[in-house]
Design a protein around this ligand. Structure first.
Ligand code: NAD
Length: 294
């Protein structure tokens, strides 16, 4: 068996084309979706991610503004900016690029973002709402994985899903989202004993550990769907995921590559969340106008 490749670039293009229409429809109502990105310090990877995000916004017609602070910035300066952005009606999404420098309490900063502008979905309300069954903003990376499965017509309901990695950003929300789609989900992590005994049961295996070659072919069931979220830079400069792509490709039914898999979907879902937020803003504004008009 040779797996079909789940082409994240292609799906991202299709999703963005669909959502571009919704940006156009908003423009006709006098609303341009707006995203504010806050970046503190000079982490090179963060700089690259922010560049990708602002370019993607420009391409689809979202207004984006980058707020950059030097490494030594006190937390209060960022909290003050977030407070202003929360009140700014031209901004529908606020994103704080992680990681923040050590003098920051990341949790406190993320909690300062208004729930209705938390397009990354990291605010505790959004996390809790995800657990309770629904959320305003699904976190972008797992949302992107779900979208890849749906666009590839891969059934989720009733499937055995194994998620490798239990971070707040990827693993945990991924598990919640697929459980909500009626999958039977198992989460594994660094302390899991004999990882293979779990991964071998997966109809859908989502790997987000940040360890090159963590998942080898014998750990994967024949015909499984394998989604590789990992991004690792090897000493020779190559970018790879967490799975042995070449060997698993001969065993799985579907596999997502790195690069060109989950990465482009993460940015795409940020656009989707921002556009949806602007749509909610427009709907509330129109409802308020109707009330005022009696
Ligand atoms: P993290 O370091 O916060 O969490 C990693 C998780 O993997 C932890 O729960 C840890 O227990 C688990 N883990 C580590 N080694 C393991 C092992 N040997 N066996 C089983 N579990 C193990 O990382 P993260 O932020 O969740 O990111 C994970 C990977 O996904 C990284 O490579 C990151 O770069 C990548 N990532 C990609 C995107 C994207 O858009 N494609 C987005 C976010 C993260």
């Amino acid at each position: 068996m040779t797996a079909k490749i789940i082409d994240g670039n292609d799906i991202a293009r299709r999703v963005r084309a669909e959502w571009k229409h919704r940006v156009d429809a908003l423009r006709d109502q006098g609303v341009r979706p707006g995203l504010a990105v806050i970046i503190v310090g000079d982490n090179p990877a963060s700089q690259v991610y922010v560049r990708h995000k602002t370019k993607a916004c420009a391409d689809i017609g979202i207004h984006s503004e980058k707020h950059e602070f030097p490494q030594g910035t006190p937390e209060q300066a960022v909290l003050d900016l977030i407070a202003r952005l929360n009140e700014n009606t031209a901004i529908h999404g606020i994103l704080v690029q992680l990681p923040l420098p050590p003098q920051f309490d990341s949790r406190r900063v993320l909690e300062a973002i208004a729930v209705e502008k938390d397009v990354d979905g990291f605010n505790l309300y959004n996390v809790g709402a995800l657990v309770a069954g629904d959320t305003v903003f699904p976190p972008c990376t797992p949302f992107g994985v779900q979208c890849m499965l749906e666009y590839s017509n891969i059934p989720i309901s009733g499937q055995n899903v194994v998620v490798v990695g239990a971070s707040n950003i990827v693993g945990k929300p991924m598990a919640m989202m697929l459980m909500k789609k009626d999958a039977t989900v198992c989460i594994t992590h660094i302390k899991t004993r004999d990882l293979a005994q779990f991964t071998i049961l997966a109809d859908i295996l989502v790997v987000a550990a940040g360890k090159p070659m963590l998942i080898t072919a014998p750990m994967v069931k024949t015909g499984a769907v394998v989604i590789d979220v990992g991004i690792n830079r090897l000493p020779d400069g190559r970018l790879v995921g967490d799975v042995d792509f070449d060997a698993i490709r001969e065993k799985a039914s579907y596999i997502s590559p790195v690069p060109g898999g989950v990465g482009p979907m993460t940015v795409t879902m940020l656009l989707v969340n921002t556009i949806q937020s602007a749509e909610r803003f427009a709907a509330n504004r129109d409802a308020a106008k109707r009330v005022m008009a009696g």
